[in-house]
Design a protein around this ligand. Structure first.
Ligand code: 6PG
Length: 249
């Protein structure tokens, strides 16, 4: 990892989630003031769900002009959008059903299409919003698995080496599970990337990623390094419990 990321550690999961909500709101306000819109790619999985749910509650939900938000997904499972494994369904239930985002601002991965078509049509939808050489999301929220993956960029997967496309299909090695994911060129073009990690079960990998040697095949999240953007790791004390040194909230 070339530029050292900012690491913020919070005493509790509630404090962690509150601070991610605050960052989301601040980033939305800044982006809207500068460009009139806020483009965000959301993480899937279980960690961010309470953040999305909190964003949809008072007083937070009235602090965002949802009419100017464009929601994308950093990755998606190749399942129907109403499947319990769907990241779209998770965000719809936690957030979208409870705030007034215009339907044409919700950029769902069309998993009803053939896999490669779904990836290409999603990238085309991104290119419509970002008609330039790279998609400069205002915010990308990522998680991390215990194996060091992020989005759906898994260790030793083909997607790790993608250097031109923005959004691709990627198979989880050792399984036949198909995923769809932003690529590192797309992630690293963002203005702000937040890696949100919670729980002691991830402490070893957090320490290996942040303080260990670089090994992008084994620890893909180490490749997250926005060229002209901010990288912030936001951890609870459990996830940070193997880190040396002091880190503020
Ligand atoms: C997904 C996510 C994935 C997730 C990590 C952590 O689709 O599952 O995008 O990258 O962030 O697997 O998942 P948890 O938050 O459930 O631990």
């Amino acid at each position: 990892m070339t530029s050292f990321p900012r690491i913020r550690v919070f005493a509790s999961v509630d404090e962690l989630n509150d601070n991610v909500v605050d960052l989301f709101i601040d980033c939305a306000r800044t982006s809207m003031a500068e460009s009139g819109r806020f483009t965000v790619a959301l993480a899937g999985g279980s960690t961010p769900q309470p953040v999305y749910a909190r964003l949809a509650t008072d007083p937070f939900k009235d602090q965002v002009d949802w009419s100017r938000v464009h929601l994308f997904w950093g990755d998606e499972r190749y399942v129907p959008s109403d499947d319990e494994q769907s990241n779209y369904r998770m965000v719809r239930e936690a957030l979208m059903d409870r705030v007034p985002i215009p339907s044409d601002h919700v950029h769902r991965v069309r998993t009803e299409q053939a896999l490669q078509d779904a990836a290409r049509s999603y990238e085309n939808e991104m290119r419509h919003l970002f008609p330039v050489e790279l998609p400069r999301f205002d915010l990308i929220l990522l998680g991390m698995g215990e194996d060091g993956h992020t989005a759906s960029l898994f260790p030793h997967s083909m997607g790790l080496s993608e250097s031109t496309r923005w959004f691709i299909a990627n198979t989880i090695p050792g399984t036949n599970q198909e995923r769809l994911t932003l690529t590192f060129p797309a992630i690293n073009a963002a203005r702000c990337v937040v890696v949100l990690v919670r729980g002691k079960s991830k402490a070893d990998m957090v320490a290996a990623v942040l303080h260990g040697p670089q090994d992008l095949m084994e620890k893909p999240v180490q490749a997250v390094n926005p060229a002209e953007g901010e990288l912030v790791w936001m951890l609870d004390e459990g996830a940070a419990s193997k880190l040396s040194g002091e880190h503020s909230g």
